[in-house]
Design a protein around this ligand. Structure first.
Ligand SMILES: Nc1ncnc2c1ncn2[C@@H]1O[C@H](COP(=O)(O)OP(=O)(O)OP(=O)(O)O)[C@@H](O)[C@H]1O
Ligand SMILES: [Mg+2]
Length: 372
């Protein structure tokens, strides 16, 4: 390979890379090579600047100096303010073989580890949350078992009552584990586009029927509105799950004797979907459709009366395990995974999710999918 193609390879490396040279007759250390990524990151304009003008971190300069004078090299990590978020960087310093003319060389490579760090933290948070959610019902089950073995042993009334509570806790854990499993399944195939064709209106009617016992028990009526079928490319079961989670939430947070409306519309533009319906309401896009989605969408709005959601909680609704504070007391049925699942499914379908709510006037969740 020619020196020119080696230089081209060096220049094409995606991580910033520098070669620093030291000569016996000078205390100055020059950057004799810097690839495009390094020139961008360190704003290098000169041809062969001094390393001290390029890198301002004393710990990194010390490491470079040590590598130039015979040490093995090493690594330095630091954080720096980025345009959008703080960036986590790591520099690797490696001595290179000396030149024929006695010049000593060292390679410096900088890695951006911001995303890896963030993913690591998210995974740790997720595990902590999931185990915490399981620990609470497990601890209460253990407590009841102890009571049933001990002083409640011969008390038939207490036994019935405790077994009832235990059954509820077990149900909750089964739901939680089921939701976690469906979330991980959805994430695993999130990058595989769905292939079937689904009518949102028919799906909405299905869900209204499935949930009517729950609605009746909560004294809520579900009404589906729509003039025409709204076909989308989608996975029928996943679309049902989206609607079911949204309608379930609407029923759960509905005003007493309330009505949950499910409205299906076809062929809307993004601007029509996110236009304010209630000028006093706060709104938020929880997911935007991807660039490949085209200009027209099939839309389902799930609308309920009720307390609504304060503005400051809107951005966090699709986070795993997130439940807005100040819910109806005694409501411990939710795990906060419903909207996370909704978001991942819609993302797989290249659609969008939008929420609008005014305190005291209920909430509207709008899911939309590219028109076929
Ligand atoms: N229609 C609504 N009205 C008011 N608040 C809502 C509505 N829908 C969702 N929320 C709020 O968003 C939070 C997250 O909803 P999500 O569906 O993810 O979780 P959940 O309903 O609490 O639990 P799960 O769906 O896992 O049973 C809810 O806890 C609630 O605070
Ligand atoms: Mg829910």
């Amino acid at each position: 390979m020619t020196p020119a193609s080696l230089a081209a390879i060096f220049d094409a490396l995606p991580d910033p890379a520098l070669v620093v040279r030291a000569d016996a007759w000078s205390a100055g250390r020059r950057v004799i090579m810097a690839n495009t990524a390094a020139r961008d990151m360190f704003r290098i304009i000169e041809a062969q600047p001094m390393i001290a003008q390029v890198i301002r971190r004393p710990d990194l300069l010390d490491l470079v100096e040590a590598a130039l004078t015979g040490a093995a090299g090493g690594e330095v990590e630091w954080e720096t303010a980025g345009e959008v978020q703080d960036r986590r960087l790591r520099a690797l310093v490696r001595p290179l073989p000396a030149q024929d003319d006695g010049g000593r060389l060292t390679l410096v490579i900088v890695r951006d580890e911001t995303d890896a760090r963030r993913n690591e933290r998210m995974r740790a948070d997720f595990l902590a949350n999931a185990s915490h959610e399981l620990k609470t019902p497990l601890a209460s089950l253990a407590g009841f078992i102890e009571t049933l073995r001990g002083h409640a042993k011969d008390d038939a009334g207490a036994r019935e009552k405790f077994l009832g509570i235990m059954a509820t806790q077990v149900e909750r854990m089964v739901r939680l584990v089921g939701d976690l499993m469906s979330l991980s399944r959805i994430e695993l195939n999130e990058h595989i586009p769905p292939t079937g064709e689904v009518d949102l209106l028919a799906s909405a009617r299905d869900v209204a029927e499935t949930l009517s016992p729950i609605a009746t028990a909560a004294d809520v009526t579900i009404k589906v509105d729509g003039d025409a079928p709204a076909a989308v490319v989608g996975d029928a079961l996943q679309i049902l799950q989206v609607l079911q989670n949204l309608v379930e939430n609407a029923v759960k947070h509905s005003a007493p004797s309330g009505v949950v409306r499910v409205e299906v519309e076809t062929g809307l533009a993004q601007a029509d979907i996110t236009a304010a319906r209630d000028p006093a309401a706060a709104s938020r896009s929880l997911l935007l459709p991807s660039a490949v989605s085209g200009a027209r969408f099939q839309v389902v709005r799930v609308i309920n009366d009720g307390p609504g959601i304060p503005r400051e909680y809107l951005p966090r609704l699709t986070e795993r395990f997130y439940r807005a504070p100040g819910q109806k007391s005694g409501d411990t049925t939710g795990t906060g995974l419903g909207l996370a699942i909704v978001k991942h499914i819609i993302n797989r379908h290249h659609g969008g999710l939008f929420v609008e709510s005014a305190e005291g006037r209920g909430a509207t969740f709008t899911a939309y999918f590219p028109q076929v």
